[in-house]
Design a protein around this ligand. Structure first.
Ligand code: NAD
Ligand code: MLT
Length: 317
């Protein structure tokens, strides 16, 4: 398959190595961010390629109004901000860069688990406010604690590998993997009903699909061990934010670390209350935000554009 690629529009901040690689192969690139829907539609009349991260929502309405668009590239993993059905119906190819940011998302998850155990952000903030409170911020060891990894794909398994070096026991659930597969990386596959009462920490690494929406909800939280801590560096919507807030306010859930939210940036009062809760660590979708990951996904998506358009033999797949 070869797609004629005359020019590319980039609508979210993507590392400059993407535009550099495309332009060095004679493909003109225009980059403009934070466009309204109308302005994006207007721009896309003149381009056959579009590159996005997660901010641009490529909706059916946009896709139906851009007859010249042939390829969309997601410089990242999740393609849930692109309406795949309409893109497919309109003959638009959608590409992504799975794996390019897995290690970065994994490392943020590991940092979250350690920070939750030792109250690092809260204690650091108290020092900036001039306090010296050693008792309030006493924490827990991770050694011998149980970490449940829900979704044992690229990121989940890297988290499992790293957290074993802290002495954590890893249990996991992934419908696509056998117990033999997960045992190879030291994780015990269990079903969800077995996982809830055993886990001290639960980290989710699934895509957001109907089967995983609100995977962590009021019912499943009630089945968890008292004191459980929840981590979400995957997608907003996998954890029910209202149920999590209630569980934290009641003291049943001891804390949460969240990088992603049902709505980004969050505006819902429940989400905002959750973010402000002293037992919650929140970051603004930073899982992939490292220099290394951003360069990798930028170059990978440009290489795929060059390959699919047959512009460079070097990148032909
Ligand atoms: P992956 O496809 O490699 O792994 C996902 C795994 O989830 C698969 O093994 C799949 O079998 C499993 N799964 C599917 N349905 C499931 C279910 N119902 N229960 C349990 N497991 C299920 O994906 P990945 O690259 O590891 O990415 C995981 C998530 O992290 C995605 O949602 C991705 O968008 C997100 N992500 C976020 C950031 C960030 O910046 N915060 C960065 C990278 C990726
Ligand atoms: C992804 O799915 O790759 C992440 O959401 C990271 C990003 O924001 O690009």
């Amino acid at each position: 398959m070869s797609i004629k690629l005359r020019s590319v529009f980039i609508s979210d901040p993507v590392d400059s190595s993407c535009a550099d690689l495309l332009t060095s192969h004679g493909v003109p690139v225009t980059a403009k961010y934070k466009l309204s829907k109308e302005d994006l539609i207007q721009e896309l009349q003149n381009h056959d390629g579009l590159i996005v991260r997660s901010e641009t929502k490529v909706t059916p309405e946009i896709l139906s109004a851009v007859p010249n668009l042939r390829i969309i590239g997601r410089a990242g993993t999740g393609v849930d901000n692109i309406d795949l059905q309409t893109a497919t119906r309109n003959g638009i190819v959608v590409l992504n860069t799975p794996g390019g940011n897995s290690i970065s998302a994994c490392e943020l998850t590991c940092a979250f688990i350690s920070a939750l155990a030792r109250n690092v952000p809260q204690a650091a903030q108290s020092m900036k406010e001039g306090r010296w409170d050693r008792k309030l911020y006493s924490g827990f060891e991770l050694s011998e604690k149980t970490l449940a990894v829900l979704g044992f794909g690229r990121i989940g398994r890297e988290v499992a590998l790293r957290m074993q070096s802290y002495g954590m026991k890893i249990i996991c659930f992934d419908p696509m993997l056998s117990a033999e597969d997960t045992a190879k990386v030291g994780a015990t596959k269990l079903n969800l009903e077995e996982i809830w009462p055993l886990a001290d920490y639960i980290t989710v690494h699934t895509p957001l699909i109907p089967q995983t929406r609100n995977l962590i909800n009021a019912d499943t939280l009630a089945k968890c061990k008292k004191g459980v801590r929840i981590i979400n560096v995957a997608r907003g919507g996998i954890v029910d934010e209202g149920a999590l807030l209630q569980a934290i306010k009641s003291g049943y859930c001891s804390g949460a670390a969240l990088d992603v939210f049902a709505e980004e940036p969050p505006k819902n009062p429940v989400t905002l209350e959750l973010i402000k809760h002293p037992h919650v660590i929140a970051t603004p979708h930073l899982g992939a935000s490292t220099e290394e990951a951003q360069k990798r996904v930028a170059v990978e998506i440009a290489e795929q554009f060059l390959a699919i358009s047959g512009i460079s033999d070097k990148y032909r797949v």
